[in-house]
Design a protein around this ligand. Structure first.
Ligand code: NQM
Length: 354
């Protein structure tokens, strides 16, 4: 296709992606995915012939459309474009790219801006869950500048408050039905509060949990064990053969490093190690360590009574999430989850696929 396609590139949280209106893309998933591979430059480790950034965190796509659901403004479908394989997957959600959806919906005229700040109710199509995004719109358009800092992004920007509704972004907090499972002799907690994650103590792999991304990615034996564990856990979580998919993630946890931290994490997403941690990944790990008996619950330092704010440490700082659970029910019920992010419009124009 030589014609260009309308596209906005945004930083959403600590990720970066191409945002499209669904009406600007082919309706059929096969044709759409083929186009997106050519837009991003996949498969190629450098994505040199496309706009992908040669890393899973910068090879992301949002497809946005008006919602047919009552009381919901827009539908957001997230697509992960695998860098070095011809794969586009809707099997995972993305809370970082989510941060840009409200502003994008206003930019494209799907939602009218309110006088000072605008709230957009978004259905996350991948997990069929609802989130409300609230962000400043002082002059009838999104304001991206502000004084909110998030670790992993230089400088500051306007806050985007994300509140997940109902049962939380995930449907079943304990996808195997167990608080812990043992695979290949390693005890884990499989959790899903928006992102399927296998939580494992870093010490189970002989690691401290404070290693750098580079150190972990260079450790071939560790990577082999992580992938073997992931295949077993994926089956038990009802995800089938996960060898070709991007979920579940594996999060190595350790006691927090800082006085204000809840838990330290190093997360395989699932092959590269995250430079920080995904939003829903952090919400899910936070959920796990709140459950009595779960892996990491003995390592975590919980906030004082009455506070639901967890500080999930990661390689470039910490991500604050709010999680409220009712642990008296089986399985535990998510009462509320929320997070503050930032996003920024980087360019708006026409992309020319390979
Ligand atoms: O967990 C990366 C990211 C993500 C996902 C990944 C995310 C989330 O940081 O909600 O944001 O885990 O693949 O963009």
């Amino acid at each position: 296709m030589s014609d260009g396609i309308r596209c906005m590139q945004m930083r959403g949280g600590t990720s970066k992606g191409a945002y499209f209106l669904a009406s600007d893309l082919p309706a059929g998933p096969a044709e759409r995915d083929d186009l997106l591979l050519r837009v991003m430059g996949s498969p190629d480790p450098r994505q040199i012939d496309g706009i992908g950034g040669a890393h899973p965190l910068t090879s992301k796509v949002a497809v946005v459309s008006p919602s047919a659901t009552d009381g919901v403004d827009v539908d957001y479908l997230f697509l992960q474009v695998v860098v070095d394989q011809p794969v586009v997957t809707d099997k995972q959600n993305c809370g970082n790219i989510l941060a840009g959806i409200g502003p994008f919906a206003v930019e494209r005229g799907l939602v009218a801006a309110q006088p000072e700040q605008t709230s957009v109710r978004i259905r996350m199509v991948n997990t069929d869950s609802i989130v409300t995004a609230t962000f400043p719109t002082p002059d009838g358009r999104p304001r991206y500048s502000g004084d909110t800092a998030i670790d992993g992004v230089p400088g500051t920007a306007a806050p985007i408050v994300l509140n997940f509704e109902d049962d939380g972004p995930g449907k079943n907090v304990l996808p195997t039905g167990n608080i812990t499972d043992t695979f290949n002799g390693i005890t884990v907690t499989c959790v899903d509060n928006g992102m399927p994650v296998v939580v494992v103590a870093a010490s189970s792999f002989g690691k401290t949990g404070y290693e750098s991304v580079k150190e972990l990615e260079a450790d071939e034996e560790l990577n082999k064990k992580v992938q073997e564990l992931r295949l077993e856990a994926g089956k038990a979580m009802g995800l089938g053969d996960v060898s070709g998919t991007t979920v579940p993630k594996i999060s190595l946890v350790a006691a927090p490093e800082s006085g204000s931290g809840t838990i330290a994490t190093r997360t395989f997403i699932p092959v590269r190690v995250h430079e920080s941690i995904g939003v829903l990944g952090a919400v899910s790990v936070g959920t796990a360590v709140m459950l009595p008996g779960a892996v990491g619950s003995d390592l975590a330092v919980m906030p004082p009574e009455g506070s639901h704010r967890l500080s999930i440490e990661h390689p470039s700082g910490a991500l604050q999430v709010e999680v409220e659970l009712d642990t008296t029910t089986t399985p535990p019920k998510v009462l509320r989850s929320g997070v503050v992010r930032t996003a920024r419009k980087l360019f708006d124009g026409t992309v020319f696929p390979r």
